[in-house]
Design a binder for this molecule. Structure first.
Ligand code: ADP
Length: 370
């Protein structure tokens, strides 16, 4: 039997095919989805994925794919486990579109394509929010009238849960500590920092939507909500314009005035470009601040874990971030950090610091095969 995992996003369709016994990866790719490409829709990208899977010769027939796992960004308050996808669940995912407009509707397109082209397979939803169902009320409620939570479901949900679960599970194995107090930092285009004890989430930086918290590629993260009122009332910006600024024109892109891509920023930083150096400094400062903030829910830190594109590769971000935390007694082994080794903390450091490559697709495959 084979398991297919689908991660349908706004600009790409990621897929990975696994063998169900040893979870060996048999085929994978990231297919661009854009109006300018040959695959302008999720449906067309999925058709290409199927072609590639057949072309890989790793299966003799598509009927071998019995299970399909879908990464669904928002599961609301209800879903804490992988859930079989039926008509009722599709309606529930649709209901959550207004809260996660950029994500849930595209995730649904992935489900519909699978039902259309692989009708014999069973589809399961794995939610990015599920990992956070263990957060206490004091962490997930906002200090706004309770009516807004009851009626409009406004609360902190947390995101990137599949990735945080994968790296915390791996960290607990490496530390041989099933109760480890871990702060995991998922630093990709989106950025979130999560605190967990023994694999149970206690708090996280992202909130009602993936806009809250840390500075991201193009998203501003947490800012004073009064800025919105000011821009709307005094500067007369439309809400759509403000939304576009916060989601697409802020973050690293805004502070570096170079790019949202850390690799581009670093290239300029090597040439002593002031804005690039400042973007790295500001990102690292805010990251350290959020790590310190997250430590309150743990009352101690056994390990800090870096993952995703920036976390796995950008040793200069890890170095500056941990330098900001030296007051906590946390230090890096510079050489291990430069080489992006698994454990990068120094022998004298009070907390371990690790670099772990995330694998959301593998996490999904394992969860749905249980
Ligand atoms: P996504 O959130 O889309 O899954 P990724 O985990 O691929 O994103 O992370 C994307 C981010 O990682 C981008 O800012 C990119 O610049 C950064 N990144 C990827 N590779 C490197 C690298 N070698 N060095 C520094 N940053 C990197």
């Amino acid at each position: 039997m084979k398991i297919l995992v689908i991660n349908a996003g706004s600009s790409s369709l990621k897929y990975q095919l696994f063998d169900s016994k040893k979870f060996t990866s048999l085929a994978k790719n990231l297919i661009e989805v854009s109006k300018k490409s040959k695959t302008p829709t999720i449906d067309s990208a999925f058709k290409l994925a199927i072609k590639e899977i057949i072309g890989s010769k790793k299966i003799s027939s598509l009927e071998e794919i019995k299970l399909i796992g879908h990464r669904i960004v928002h599961g609301g308050e209800k879903y804490s486990k992988p859930t079989a996808i039926d008509e009722k669940l599709i309606q529930e995912i649709k209901k959550l579109i207004p809260i996660a407009p950029l994500h849930n509707s595209i995730n649904l397109e992935g489900i519909l394509a699978c039902k259309k082209y692989l009708p014999h397979a069973k589809n399961f939803a794995v939610f990015d929010t599920s990992f956070y169902n263990t957060m206490p009320e004091k962490a997930y409620l906002y200090a706004i009238p309770s009516e807004l939570h009851k009626r409009y479901k406004i609360r902190k949900y947390g995101f990137h849960g599949i990735s945080h679960k994968f790296v915390t599970t791996k960290t607990m194995e490496i530390l041989r500590n099933k109760k480890a107090k871990i702060i995991s930092c998922h630093l990709g285009n989106g950025v979130s920092i999560t605190a967990s004890i023994g694999g149970k989430a206690m708090d996280t930086t992202m909130g009602f939507t993936p806009l809250e918290g840390m500075i991201m590629g193009t998203r501003c993260g947490s800012i004073d909500p009064a800025i919105t009122f000011y821009l709307s009332k005094t500067a007369k910006f439309s809400l759509e314009k403000i939304e576009e600024i916060y989601l697409k024109k802020s973050g690293l892109k805004a502070i570096s005035e170079i790019s949202s891509d850390m690799r581009e920023i670093y290239k300029k930083a090597l040439k002593k470009d002031k804005k690039a150096l400042f973007a790295i400094e500001m990102f690292s400062y805010h990251l350290a601040k959020h790590i310190a903030e997250m430590s309150i829910s743990l009352q101690g830190i056994d390990a800090i874990v870096f993952t995703a594109g920036i976390g796995e590769n950008a040793s200069y971000i890890r170095e500056q971030t941990i330098k900001n935390l030296s007051y906590f007694g946390i230090y890096l082994d510079k050489n291990a950090n430069r080489l992006s080794k698994e454990v990068i903390s120094s022998k004298t450091s009070k907390s371990k610091v690790l670099v772990i490559k995330t694998n959301e697709e593998l996490q999904i495959a394992k969860e749905i095969s249980n």
